[in-house]
Design a protein around this ligand. Structure first.
Ligand SMILES: [Zn+2]
Length: 379
C-alpha cells in the first residue's frame, strides 16, 4: 500500500488541510477502481465501511491478488469534517460559501476539443487513453482559487482515470440505494446485487443548477461526447463507457455498526472481484432486490403544514399511490393531516427529524414513471 498526502490550498493563515489516498496493487496495469467516503462529511457509515475494506485490501495485496490498482480515500472531505454549528456537525455544505460539497464538479467534456476528437482512431481503448491523458493535463493545469476548489480538483484528479468510481454516502434514514447514469445500468447491476440495493435511481445527468455531482462528472464524459457530436451531425468517435461511477447510499446516517460495515466492506470486495480488479473468484451474485427506476420518478412526500411527524411506514416498504405515509400534527391548532404516497413504489428514504415545516419533503418514493423535469437532486 502506498500512502499519499495531497495538500489543499489554504484560504486562511494558520490552517492547513490535506487529503490522504491509499493505493493498493500495481499502478499502470490492469483496471483501476477508486472509492472514497465522507464527501458529505456528516455521513459516517461509509467511513467505517472503508476502514474495514482497507483491512481486506491489505490482505489481498499481501496475497498478490490485486490485479489492477485500487485507490481508497478514507476521508474525502476534511473541510466538512471540521465544521460545526450549535453542537451539530455541518458536513454537507461548506459554511463559508453555502456550496454543497457534492455539486459543482467540472464538466470534463469541456477539456476535450473537436480537434482531439477528430484525431481519434478506430481503437476504443486507445481513444479512451488519449482522452484520459488530455483530462489529466487539464486537471494538472487547473488553478484552484479556494480550498473547496482544491478539494474538488484533487478528488477528480485521483478518480478521473479509474474504470470504477464509488462515491459512498448515506441518507437520513434509508435502505441501501444507488445513483448512477442510465447508460451504465449493466455495470451497476452486479454492485446493486452484492450490496442488496432495493432501489437504483438512473438519470443522464442530474440537471443540477449548481453543477454536476462527483459521480456524474466522471461517468458523463464517456457518453456526453457521443451525444453532443451526434446532435451536431459530426462524426461520432469510437469510445467505451470507460468510467462507471455510482453514488452508494449506505442506508441511514445512524446505521453505523461494525457488523453492518464489515458486511458492506465484504460486499464491495466481492464486487471488485467480479469486476476483475481483484484476482479472486467472486461469490455468487445475489438476486436483484429492485429493478432500476428513473431518478425523475423519485417523488417527494410533502408536509402540507408544519408540525410533529409520525410515520405510518418504515423505509423499504412498498407503497401504493394514496397509501398513508405519515401524519403531520399541529399541536397548537390540533390539525392532523395525513400525507399520502403520490406514486407507487419503494419508500426508500425519509427524514430523521420528527418535526416538519410546511412543504418540507418527509421522504421519497422510487416511482417507475419519469414525472419530474429540471434539477433532479435536492440541495
Ligand atoms: Zn451525501
Amino acid at each position: 500500500m502506498q500512502r499519499r498526502l495531497h495538500p489543499l490550498l489554504s484560504n486562511t493563515p494558520g490552517t492547513r488541510r490535506e487529503i490522504e489516498s491509499l493505493s493498493f496493487g500495481r499502478c499502470q496495469t490492469g483496471r483501476k477502481a477508486y472509492l472514497h467516503a465522507g464527501l458529505h462529511a456528516d455521513e459516517p457509515p461509509g467511513l467505517l465501511v472503508l476502514f474495514h475494506l482497507v483491512d481486506l485490501l491489505l490482505a489481498a495485496e499481501g496475497h498478490g491478488s490485486i490485479a489492477g490498482e485500487i485507490v481508497v480515500v478514507p476521508l474525502a472531505n476534511p473541510i466538512g469534517m471540521s465544521q460545526g454549528l450549535l453542537h451539530h456537525q455541518m458536513g454537507r455544505f461548506e459554511l463559508h460559501s453555502s456550496e454543497n460539497f457534492n455539486r459543482n464538479y467540472p464538466d470534463l467534456t469541456a477539456f476535450i476539443s473537436d480537434e482531439i476528437i477528430d484525431g481519434l482512431g478506430p481503437d476504443a481503448t486507445a481513444n479512451a487513453q488519449q482522452l484520459r491523458n488530455t483530462v489529466a493535463r487539464a486537471l494538472a493545469d487547473a488553478k484552484a482559487t479556494t480550498e473547496l476548489d482544491a478539494l474538488r480538483i484533487t478528488l477528480v484528479s485521483l478518480a478521473h482515470d479509474a474504470d470504477i468510481v464509488l462515491d459512498i454516502h448515506c441518507d437520513d434514514e434509508a435502505v441501501m440505494h444507488l445513483y448512477t447514469e442510465t447508460p451504465y445500468w449493466q455495470h451497476a447491476e452486479p454492485l446493486a446485487r452484492y450490496l442488496g440495493a432495493k432501489v437504483t435511481l438512473l438519470a443522464e445527468g442530474s440537471g443540477s443548477a449548481a453543477g454536476g455531482a462527483f459521480d456524474e462528472a466522471l461517468s458523463g464524459l464517456w457518453w456526453r461526447i457521443a451525444r453532443t457530436r451526434a446532435a451536431q451531425s459530426k462524426t461520432v468517435p469510437v469510445l467505451p463507457l470507460a468510467c462507471f461511477a455510482a453514488t452508494v447510499e449506505l442506508r441511514g446516517a445512524a446505521d453505523v455498526s461494525h457488523a453492518l460495515a464489515r458486511h458492506d466492506a465484504q460486499m464491495l470486495y466481492a464486487y471488485l472481484c467480479s469486476a476483475g480488479v481483484i484476482d479472486e473468484a467472486a461469490p455468487p451474485l445475489p438476486p436483484l432486490l429492485g429493478e432500476p427506476t428513473p431518478l425523475s420518478g423519485s417523488m417527494p412526500c410533502l408536509a402540507p403544514h408544519g408540525g410533529v411527524v409520525a410515520f405510518h411506514v418504515d423505509v423499504g416498504s412498498h407503497v401504493d399511490a394514496g397509501d398513508a405515509i405519515a401524519d403531520v400534527i399541529d399541536p397548537v391548532s390540533r390539525q392532523v393531516s395525513t400525507v399520502t404516497a403520490p406514486v407507487a413504489g419503494c419508500f426508500y428514504a425519509r427524514t430523521a427529524v420528527r418535526t416538519a415545516r410546511a412543504n418540507q419533503s418527509l421522504g421519497r418514493i422510487a416511482g417507475g414513471q419519469a414525472l419530474r423535469a429540471g434539477p433532479l437532486l435536492g440541495a
